[in-house]
Ligand binder design. Structure first.
Ligand code: HSE
Length: 308
């Protein structure tokens, strides 16, 4: 096999109670990537469509991740990467993670799969480090492993796949303003009170238990973020009204997707997701910002191979 075309999906990180550790993979939104094995050595990014991003391998998350893999697994072959971006950079739904994870997934396939999805996380994370100033795996892990993941540790990488309750459905609102992850990380205060920390690990543990037991009421009680959301929500227009509208329309929880500006709601079933989508559409339409809304099941597969 000399080339592979893949769909590298968007993802939601943090999921309110799990800053930097929880994430889930989305279905309808994602980039397409074409990766070719060549005779020349090294990595080349030959084309990027849809976004104005650097072709320079050292300045592009896909290039950095690809080089990290090839450093660990030297080979005579080279690789060309073509990226068709559908996920906007700075949207909060894992644009850089899709590119970084897609690059290492594709190269790994063309090399005959020397690495497992779990092992690829460390390479993809290096790309994330370039994009956000510090490596984190809460977007790349669900993209590579599929479903909902919990990052117990990044050094060494230890990621646990959590169960996906069948009816769990996400609604994503992407207000079209750009928020750079690097900036959204800088504004977070570095200290947390013991009281807030206790609330957060109580909620995180409860959410994990709720996934195992398909306990939607417990999910609803635990999808809370008392630490990061109060700081970052100030950067998102109408955050509190959107949250109220979603919860009133039946959302189990509502919060910032990754570092924003996208926001997410989780709910049980497509009908409820449609009601939430209508409710947030009404709120966001009233302020005159361009936006997109996606309804998505949790993508349990992660990256998909389109053609070889
Ligand atoms: N956990 C990261 C953050 C995700 O919130 O900064 C960013 O994509």
């Amino acid at each position: 096999m000399d080339q592979i075309k893949i769909f590298a999906p968007a993802s939601v990180a943090n999921v309110s109670c799990g800053f930097d550790v929880l994430g889930f993979c989305l279905d309808p939104v994602g980039d397409e990537m074409l990766i070719r094995k060549t005779n020349a050595s090294g990595v080349k990014i030959t084309k990027i469509e849809g976004q104005n991003l650097p072709l320079d391998v050292k300045k592009n998350v896909a290039g950095v991740a690809a080089e990290a893999l090839l450093k660990a697994h030297p080979t005579q072959s080279g690789f060309e990467i073509e990226i068709h971006k559908k996920i906007k950079a700075g949207s909060g739904i894992g644009s850089s993670a899709a590119s970084a994870a897609g690059a290492v997934f594709g190269i790994n396939e063309l090399l005959g799969k020397p690495y497992t999805a779990h092992e690829l996380i460390a390479f993809a994370m290096e790309g994330e480090g370039l994009a956000s100033g510090s490596a984190h795996a809460d977007n790349v892990a669900p993209v590579l492993m599929g479903g909902i993941t919990l990052v117990r540790s990044i050094n060494p990488v230890d990621v646990i796949q959590l169960p996906t309750p069948k009816a769990l459905t996400a609604v994503i609102l992407h207000p079209k303003i750009e928020l750079k992850t690097m900036h959204a990380r800088e504004i977070i205060k570095k200290n947390v009170t013991m009281e807030k920390a206790i609330q957060q690990w109580g909620n995180l543990g409860a959410f994990v238990s709720a996934l195992f037991n398909e306990d939607y009421d417990l999910m609803s009680r635990s999808l809370k973020d008392e630490i990061v959301e109060p700081m970052r929500s100030l950067l998102i227009p109408e955050f509190e009204s959107l949250k109220k509208a979603s919860i009133d329309a039946g959302a189990l929880g509502f919060g910032i997707s990754g570092s924003g500006p996208s926001v997410y709601a989780l709910t049980k079933g497509i009908d409820s997701a449609q009601k939430i989508s209508n409710a947030i559409n009404k709120v966001i339409s009233s302020i005159g910002i361009d936006f997109e809304i996606h309804i998505s099941k949790i993508n349990e597969q992660g990256i998909k191979i389109l053609t070889n």
